[in-house]
Design a protein around this ligand. Structure first.
Ligand SMILES: NC(=O)C1=CN([C@@H]2O[C@H](COP(=O)(O)OP(=O)(O)OC[C@H]3O[C@@H](n4cnc5c(N)ncnc54)[C@H](O)[C@@H]3O)[C@@H](O)[C@H]2O)C=CC1
Ligand SMILES: C[N+](C)(C)CC(=O)CC(=O)[O-]
Length: 496
């Protein structure tokens, strides 16, 4: 964990706004300086996209958002900041001058990250007061979703700065890749640029259009790269003999006249026009914001799938989800909830991928929402990630959902929960799902849960502390009217 609470951002363009979104959605306060008169509108749009993605990726476990202040100067952005991230245009003189000023205003212990995608940290830190406090923290677009951040120190960067920066980036859900040496373009951009240079040649030589080249990536190697990268995939391609065989078989091809990697096509006006026209065709009239949403939706799907595997970027996402659980728990515990009323612990919104062909919320999402409401109850009674890691959890063994009204796209919903009974191994609950706008009851779920030892898959008593908290709720709620649907089974006659 880090003690960073307040982040100063210099520059709020594509990357700076992405940093702002990631920090705010992690509950950090952000002071952002960007002279662009449109900065407020742009930030609103980026935040809307980012919130939409986080709701899908971490449906029930995000911390309350931090506060965004759009400030009037670099000095105002950095004065009280615990961490500063610079995302200025890629011009070395500008970065150097602005960071020289910022480093004289910020506290001496404030760490600075630069988002540069290729400039050397040694050059960027040259005029700073306390240059040992600067690292490059090179992110990927969209910063609020992409886990990778390349951390590269300059000649004067201290080891402590690299470690503190990496801790900070980790705490906001990123995967810091620590560069062993300072190098122009770092690692990922060098790889991407090699591919892009070759792609430009293929367009220039009339071999493929921009869309065909993108197809070659997204229907093929791009799918594998997302989780295994290049080397591991090639190891497998070497068959049982592995990497040595792969290198013996395909290594010599590197000498064949396949590539033009050392050469760059001249970016003449005509060539740029050709690329731009093909790219326009490819976009099919979609605006940048629409393309961003499409990109974000696909990224969320990929990250969700990888999270289920707990592999590669999915491992980072899983760890981050656990962190989010604990933060959401802290937020839940800080709220005063009257145990004598049905507990309102979970809120959500009907997302686009919750809608079925009938145009309303699809049935599996009801169980999903009720499951998230149960998670909120668990957090409320003190079940944290440590509890889960110790092999203890509640499993749902029986559910009865009643669908009462419809829920439509973008409607806000909330769940209230009654705890009907608890004993050491069993928990009997009743959730009610309401539309937030008119408090109409949309669905209910009665559920029986068993407390299990997840390592041995058998029922065991819950911890005393958890049972005590659940017991308090049962006692406080015992005079509430029993929910109408409780005890009902499919086909049962209605109560009079
Ligand atoms: N766009 C990308 O895909 C990536 C860019 N980067 C790096 O991030 C940095 C920023 O790039 P982008 O966000 O793409 O550029 P951008 O052009 O979208 O944003 C730059 C922002 O800086 C603002 N600005 C200009 N002068 C300023 C000043 N004196 N003080 C404060 N703000 C000022 C501009 O108004 C603009 O909003 C660059 O170093 C770039 O190499 C890193 C990763 C990916
Ligand atoms: C184009 N770019 C070199 C600025 C890209 C990056 O640095 C990272 C990314 O998001 O692709």
């Amino acid at each position: 964990m880090t003690d960073i609470r307040k982040v100063g951002l210099i520059g709020g363009g594509v990357i700076g706004a992405g940093w702002a979104a990631r920090c705010l959605l992690n509950g950090l306060d952000v002071a952002l300086y960007d002279p662009d008169p449109e900065i407020g509108r742009k930030m609103d749009e980026v935040m809307a996209n980012a919130r939409r993605s986080y709701r899908r990726l971490f449906p029930d476990a995000h911390a309350p958002e931090g506060r965004l202040s759009l400030v009037a100067s670099v000095a105002d952005a950095v004065r009280d900041a615990d961490f500063v991230q610079e995302s200025l245009p890629e011009r070395i003189e500008l970065k150097r001058t602005v960071l020289a000023e910022a480093s004289r205003v910020a506290r001496p212990d404030t760490i600075f990250g630069s988002s540069t995608s290729g400039l050397l940290p040694t050059d960027i830190q040259a005029d700073m007061a306390g240059p040992e406090r600067l690292v490059v923290g090179h992110p990927f677009n969209p910063v609020y979703l992409m886990p990778l951040v390349e951390v590269c120190g300059g000649a004067r960067t201290s080891q402590e700065t690299k470690e503190r920066a990496a801790d900070f980036y980790r705490s906001i859900g990123m995967h810091p890749l620590m560069l062993r040496k300072e190098i122009d373009g770092f690692v990922a951009d060098r790889l991407m640029e090699a591919l892009w240079r070759e792609a430009l040649w293929l367009v220039r030589d009339g071999i493929a259009t921009t869309e065909e080249i993108d197809d070659a990536v997204r229907y093929g190697p791009g799918l594998r790269w997302a989780f295994m990268g290049t080397f591991l995939i090639y190891r497998i391609a070497g068959g049982e003999a592995g990497m040595r065989h792969f290198m013996a078989q395909f290594g010599p091809a590197l000498q064949w006249p396949w590539t033009k990697l050392t050469d760059v096509p001249e970016l003449t006006d005509a060539f740029v026009d050709q690329i731009a026209a093909q790219s326009d065709d490819q976009a099919g009239g979609k605006s940048i914001r629409e393309l961003e949403q499409l990109r974000d939706d696909c990224l969320v799907s990929v990250l969700s799938a990888l999270r289920a595997q707990g592999y590669a970027a999915g491992r980072t996402t899983k760890r981050y989800e656990e962190l989010q659980w604990d933060r959401a728990q802290a937020a839940t515990l800080a709220r005063i909830v009257d145990p004598a009323k049905p507990l309102r612990l979970h809120e959500c919104r009907v997302e686009v991928d919750w809608i079925d062909y009938n145009g309303h919320m699809t049935e599996s999402r009801y169980l999903y929402v009720f499951g998230n409401a149960s998670d909120a109850l668990f957090r409320h009674v003190g079940i944290d990630t440590e509890y889960h890691q110790a092999g203890k959890s509640y499993f749902t063994v029986e559910s009865h959902i009643m669908n009462i009204a419809e829920a439509s796209l973008n409607e806000s919903l909330y769940v209230t929960t009654q705890v009907l009974a608890v004993d050491p191994k069993r928990l009997h609950i009743f959730h009610s799902l309401y539309r937030a706008d008119d408090d109409v009851l949309v669905a209910t779920a009665e559920q029986m849960l068993i407390h299990v030892n997840t390592n041995e898959s058998h029922a065991v008593p819950a911890d005393e502390a958890v049972l005590d908290k659940l017991g308090v709720i049962v006692e406080a709620q015992k005079n509430l009217p029993r929910p109408a649907g409780a005890g009902r089974h499919v086909g049962a006659p209605r109560r009079p």
